[in-house]
Each structure stands twice: as C-alpha cells, then as structure tokens.
Design a protein around this ligand. Structure first.
Ligand code: BGC
Length: 762
C-alpha cells in the first residue's frame, strides 16, 4: 500500500467521523489513525523492498534456467559504440541473438531506444541492454573537474552536480555512468589525478559518498537517476613514476588505509557496480585479482552488484604476463570475480571451452550473469527499457543547470596568494588586460572527460570578465603564446597591452589534452613559453594576477615568489569564465582548499601530508636527516591550504575528555571567527596523530572538516566526533584496532596551520 493511498484513506475516515463525534474524541481518533498509518507504512515499506528483491531473484532464477550458455556469456559482454555515439552495425544482430548485454558510449534516446527495441522485441529472452557512458563531471552541462570540486571541501556540491548530471544522462537513454573515479593520487605526474578527489582517504570517502548518492539517489530505478560505478578498483592511482597503467606495489596496510576507504564509502552508499582496473597490484593484475575482487569486495564488504573490467583489461592480462593465451586470460578474470568484460571478447570466445574443461565452473558463470541481471532488475530496465524522446533543450544545459555549474565552480577555486589587496578587482576599473593562452580557450575548461559538453557552450574567462565589468571598462585581450611550442611572437602585443592597462590578469596552465588518461608528465612546470610570458608581464610593473587553469598541481615557484596574487581556478566547466569573474571581482569570496599537496619541484614527488615520520625527521641544522640538499623538504602549498578575501581565527580547541576507552567517543570543539571585513568561508579541518603504536602511523590524518560561511565578526563553534573508526588502524595481523596510548588532536585552516591538544586511550 502506498503512502498516498494510506493518507487518502486517513482523510476519508476523518471526514466520516468529523460530522459525528465531539472534538475531544476526535483528537484521540486522529492520533490513533495516524499511528496506525505510520505503523503500516513502516511495516510495509521494508517488506516491499524485500519483496521486490526476492521477486527479482525468482525472475533471475527463472531466466537462468532458460538461458543457453551463449546467452549467458552474451550478458557478460560489453561493446563500444561508434565515435559519434551511435551503435555499430554488428550490434543489431548480436542483440537479436542475445549475445550482447551492454554497450558503452552509445547515447541519445533515439539510438538507445532503437537498439533496445531489438532486445525487447526480437531477442528470445527479452533481456534489456544497459547503456553505459563516462559521465565524470557532467553530461552536457560540464561542472568543474572532480579534483576542483574536491577543492570546495563541500561534498554537498558534488552531490548536486552529479544529480544534475544524472538527469541529463538519463534523458539520453544512458542509465549507467563509469563514475565516480575514486583513485587516491599522491603523484601529480599521473594525468588522471584530475578525475579524483586528491590525496586523502577521508576527503576522498566523503566525496565518494556524495557522488554515488547524487547519481543514484536512494533508488536508482527512479526517473532521472543513474547507476554509479566505483572505479578503478584498485590502487590505479599509485602507478609507479606517475606513468599511466604502470605497476603498483604496496603493503596491505597502505592498500586498506589509503586506497580502500573511498571505495568502501561508495559501496556503503549503495554503488551498484565496480570497475576493475588496468594496473598490476603486488604481482596480481587488478582485473584478475581474487583478493580485491572477491575476498574484500564480496566477502568483507558484501557487495552484491557486478564488476565490469576496464577497457580491454581482460585481454591485457596477456601483456601483464599472467596469462599465456586468451583462454587463460578469460579464466583468470572470470574466476577472480570480473562479471562483465569491456570491449575484449574473451569470456564469449573462450567461455564454452573453459566450461567444458572444468576450468571455469557453471556456478561461476551463473553467478556473473545473476549479478548483472540483478542490477538490470534493480534499475527497472525490464519494466522501463525505453527513454522518452523529448527535445534536448528540455533537459540539457538548462538555465538552472548553468547556474548550478557557475556556483559550484566559484566554490571550487582556491586563492593561493593575495598580497597588497590585489584581489578582488574593482569592476569599475578603467582598463584591464586579459592575457594568456587560456584566457579565451573554449575547450580547456571542460577538462579531460567532458561527456557531451561542447566548447561552444563554454564561457571563457575573457567572456566572463567582459560580462562582469562596467560598460566603461576597457577590456583588452592578448594571447601572448600557446601552451606548447617555443614562439614568443605574441609577447610584444601582450606586454604593450599590459602597459596600457591598469591591471593584468594572466591565464596560464595546461590544456585538457595533457591531463586525464594516458597524459602522464615528467615535468610539472608551465609548458611552452608560458613562464616567460608571466615574467614579461610582471616586468611591466603593472599589478598582475595569475590565474591557473589546470588539472593537476603544477610547480610555479617563481610565480609564488614574485607575483602578488594567484588564483587556482582549475578546469571549471561550462561556466568557468563567469565563475572566475565572480571570484576576481569579489562577488564570490574564494573559500576552497587544496585537496592535494603542491610540490616545489617534481623531484619531491611523491609528496603528501599524511606520510609516516622517519627515524631522522628533517632538521635544517643537521645533515643526516631526511631531506634534500637542493630544495626544502616542505611543499610549495600544503594539503588543505587556501586563502580568502577575509581572515579567520581558529582557537579554543577543547576535548570532551582527556581519557577514553578504545571503543569510546570524544567530542572535539573549536572556535572559528571571521576577523576580517568581508563575509567569507573557512574550512575548519581536524587531524589526529597516534603518537606511538605497534606500527608507524602518519604524522597527521584528516578526521573531520566543515566549511562554514561567516559574516565579519561572526564566531562559530564547530563540533567533531572522534571514535574507533577515526582512531584505529590495521595492525601487523591486519586487524583493525585502536591501541592504547597518547593521541594528538589538531585543528586549523590547513594541514600546516594548526593548534593542538591531546588525549589518551586507555
Ligand atoms: C578508462 C575508464 C573508462 C573506460 C570507458 C578506460 O580507458 O580507464 O575510466 O571508464 O575507458 O570509457
């Protein structure tokens, strides 16, 4: 019985009684009816979910008894569409014969409906297809790259952007996104650092939860919701040397404490699918790894959705050298726990023989089919296989979506430096020079994965600034140079423009082609002649603001040492230019914080805040300590760092107890006050350190954060809770334990600007 029916009945009963009974009795009866209705709702709701579940399992069993081996293996196959989003001619026949379970990159309601109609009307068992696509940070309305969104330290924004992306995606017939990307990345050489939430497991887990919830909602069969895919399982971000697809090798502790948490959070939030990765992990490639795919994911975490391999990663087991031929590759992946194979076709080609030879059991194949069908049922595909073919403008790039993109981009920016009140700029300024290769670039703000985002839709920084300033302001533009190449031919024009203007804003960084997949770099310096351009503009003596447009931390020491103002704007999406102008002119007071450490030089990489101590911690006065001879051991900008146009004071750190039990809880409170003259946001961060334990522990670990908006003079108490989950770690026996002893508690505005206190677990 639905809630609406119950309420309607409740209303009717009320009307009936109202005319007959005295007021005092009525209240009692009203209360009784309400209680009865609530009891019914609460007893019916879980049952109906359970009911649905067991109905689905019954239907799956019925299908499994009818399916041929070829049809079963067909469900395990996912194939790629054409570059333009259409399906391939061969897909029709494969679908008709029940030999294809899913496609990727096929999109558009008409196209997906056309192929789906073949599955539903012409195939023997009428099992719907599931269409997948990489919707990483927006479908048509593109939001800031995930690394930028994580800089907001406001997971609610990520939930908002993913829920908007879900609605746009759904309208195009796609019901499954290969996102969120949850790889922790401690190495900015790795181009895919742009797709994740940075270096920290706690922040990563918060964003994982938010993104899964945004895509899927509470029930992903609802209209406008799509299925999420937690990827890349696992440790893909730890590629040696930052070189994409490279080997990873690490202790189980590091795996469990650093790389697992965002995935665990995603599974707990209900993520229906997981993607196995490309990398080798401790000698066993992650697309053939029974420990990660079965023991942890299914065994420990009770994940009951399905695992899709990454693009041809099953076939790549041959290159890894853990399979001598296609048959061994299919065997290894299937037996380890990969359910659906993306693009390569070894499950289909080798499955029959593997079964005949007893190398893969019928139960293993059935289990993979069961998991895929379970998700198709949960998605409601059997009941609603088609998508309404409405005009695109109804759902894509609506005014409301653009507004949200602008707001989120503004809140994702990080102010890295601001001396002599260079920022914000006055919008009534007489003249402004907009300079640099990324000042009017339409493609770069969209980042690497840009869904169906279109450069023509992008507001560039130049356009955003023009729209912001008063009609009397002269806005000049000079590109100066490209991001690549050696030409300085445009320098003279740029310098002349800066000289003739009151202020120069220089947009430098990297284009979307050099971030993302297969975009590893050995240098983090500004490419081409960009740094020379910055220096040439600086030499004019005009006040200069440097705006970074990039997808990874860059090494910008000279700029930090010399320029008065630096804004990290990242790749901000469709509305990037408007959002940048909002921040430059002070309509938005920047409040983002870095989710990743900025090194001074690439030689310091990997450099991250939550490292272990050494036996010889760095000491400037002692040679035989852990440091470099030619560069400080400290980062350029630490994790959690970011300024504002106002100032904050964080103080009065208090703990609810000095001693707690290992399974106890502790409340930490701290005061934050806006001591400046503008309203603004501060992200209050909480860190701990387990001072002495049976294993080495990080010098700091983030365990709480809160972004707050305060008016000038406003003060707020922030409360955090520490419990066993926050204080424990994996010991030598791989048990999660809280060990007795002293803990430090630190709170502040970045991982390096902290006040501290301590308590004891006993
Ligand atoms: C990437 C995945 C992506 C897949 C499908 C692969 O190359 O590693 O992240 O989901 O392609 O596009």
């Amino acid at each position: 019985m639905t809630l609406a029916v119950l309420l309607k009945q409740d209303q009717r009963t009320r009307l009936f009684f109202q005319s007959r009974i005295e007021d005092s009795n009525l209240r009692l009866i009203k209360f009784g009816i309400l209680a009865l209705a609530l009891a019914l709702i609460f007893s019916v709701a879980p049952n109906s979910a359970q009911q649905r579940q067991s109905n689905n399992e019954r239907r799956i069993n019925a299908l499994l008894t009818r399916m041929t081996l070829a049809e079963k293996l067909g469900q395990l196959q996912q194939l790629d569409g054409e570059g333009d989003g259409n399906f391939r001619p061969e897909h029709r026949e494969l679908v008709r014969q029940g030999l294809l379970g899913s496609t990727l990159n096929v999109r558009g309601a008409q196209r997906t409906n056309e192929l789906q109609r073949i599955a539903m009307d012409e195939s023997r068992l009428k099992i719907p297809l599931i269409f997948g696509f990489d919707v990483i940070h927006g479908y048509r309305t593109i939001f800031p790259i995930p690394l930028a969104e994580a800089s907001s330290w406001d997971p609610a924004l990520a939930e908002k952007s993913t829920s908007i992306a879900a609605i746009e995606t759904y309208s195009q017939g796609v019901r499954w996104t290969f996102a969120p990307m949850l790889d922790i990345a401690r190495d900015p050489r790795w181009g895919r650092i742009t797709e994740g939430a940075g270096e920290d497991p706690y922040l990563g887990a918060a964003f994982a939860r938010a993104r899964v919830t945004g895509f899927q909602g509470r029930d992903y069969s609802a209209p406008g919701k799509i299925l999420a895919c937690a990827k890349h399982w696992v440790a893909y971000g730890a590629a040696e040397g930052g070189r994409d697809y490279n080997t990873t090798d690490m202790s189980e502790q590091t795996l469990r404490e650093i790389y697992f948490p965002p995935f665990k959070a995603a599974i707990d939030a209900g993520a229906g699918t997981v993607m196995s990765a490309f990398n080798d992990l401790n000698g066993v490639p992650t697309s053939a790894n029974p420990f990660t795919l079965t023991r942890v994911l299914r065994g420990e975490w009770k994940f009951d959705g399905f695992v899709v391999s990454d693009y041809t990663s099953v076939k790549e087991l041959l290159n890894h050298g853990v399979a001598a031929n296609d048959k061994e590759a299919a065997q290894a992946a299937l037996n380890a726990g990969v359910d659906m194979e993306m693009v390569s076709r070894l499950f289909n080609q080798q499955g029959p023989e593997l079964l005949k030879e007893g190398k893969v059991s019928q139960a293993t194949i059935d289990e993979a089919v069961r998991r895929i069908l379970r998700i198709k049922f949960r998605l409601g595909l059997f009941e609603h296989p088609y998508t309404a073919e409405a005009p695109e403008s109804d759902s894509l790039l609506t005014r409301a979506n653009r507004t949200a993109a602008r707001e989120i981009a503004g809140r994702s920016m990080v102010l890295l430096k601001n001396e002599r009140d260079t920022l914000p700029l006055n919008r009534a300024i007489g003249s402004i020079a907009v300079i640099g290769p990324l000042a009017d670039d339409h493609r770069t703000p969209l980042g690497w994965w840009a869904g169906d985002g279109k450069p023509d839709d992008t507001i560039t920084p130049l356009a955003g600034i023009k729209a912001k300033v008063s009609s009397k302001t002269k806005v000049g533009y000079a590109k100066g140079c490209d991001t690549l190449g050696d030409s300085t031919a445009g320098f003279a024009e740029a310098v002349a423009l800066a000289r003739a203007s009151e202020v120069a804003v220089v947009f430098v960084g990297e284009t979307s082609e050099v971030v993302g997949e297969a975009a590893s770099k050995s240098s983090l310096d500004l490419s081409g002649r960009q740094m020379d351009l910055v220096k040439a503009i600086y030499a004019t003596g005009k006040p200069t603001v440097v705006v970074l447009i990039n997808g990874r931390p860059l090494t910008i020491g000279w700029i930090v040492d010399n320029e008065p103002a630096i804004l990290e704007a990242w790749m901000g999406g469709t509305e990037a230019g408007n959002a940048i102008a909002d921040v430059l002119f002070g309509d938005v007071n920047p409040g983002g914080k870095l989710p990743v450490t900025f090194p001074r030089t690439v030689g310091q990489v990997p450099i991250y805040y939550n490292h272990m101590n050494t036996g010889r911690p760095p000491d400037a006065n002692s040679r035989y300590t852990s440091k470099y001879l030619d560069v400080p051991w400290t980062p350029q900008f630490p994790f959690g760092f970011g300024l504002s146009y106002t100032q904050f004071k964080i103080g009065n750190l208090q703990l609810s107890a000095q001693h707690i039990r290992p399974n106890g809880k502790l409340t930490v409170t701290v005061e934050v006050e806006n001591v400046g003259r503008r309203a603004g946001d501060e992200v209050v961060q909480l860190y701990i350190r387990d001072v002495a334990a049976s294993m080495t522990r990080p010098v700091k670990e983030l365990k709480g954060f809160q972004r707050v908006t305060l008016r000038p003079g406003e003060k707020r108490r922030i409360e955090f809770t520490l419990d066993a989950d926050s204080l424990g770690f994996y010991n030598r026996e791989m048990k999660f334990v809280v060990e007795p002893g002293e803990f430090k508690v630190m709170a502040g505005s970045s991982s390096e600007d902290l006040i501290e206190s301590k308590f004891v677990v006993d």
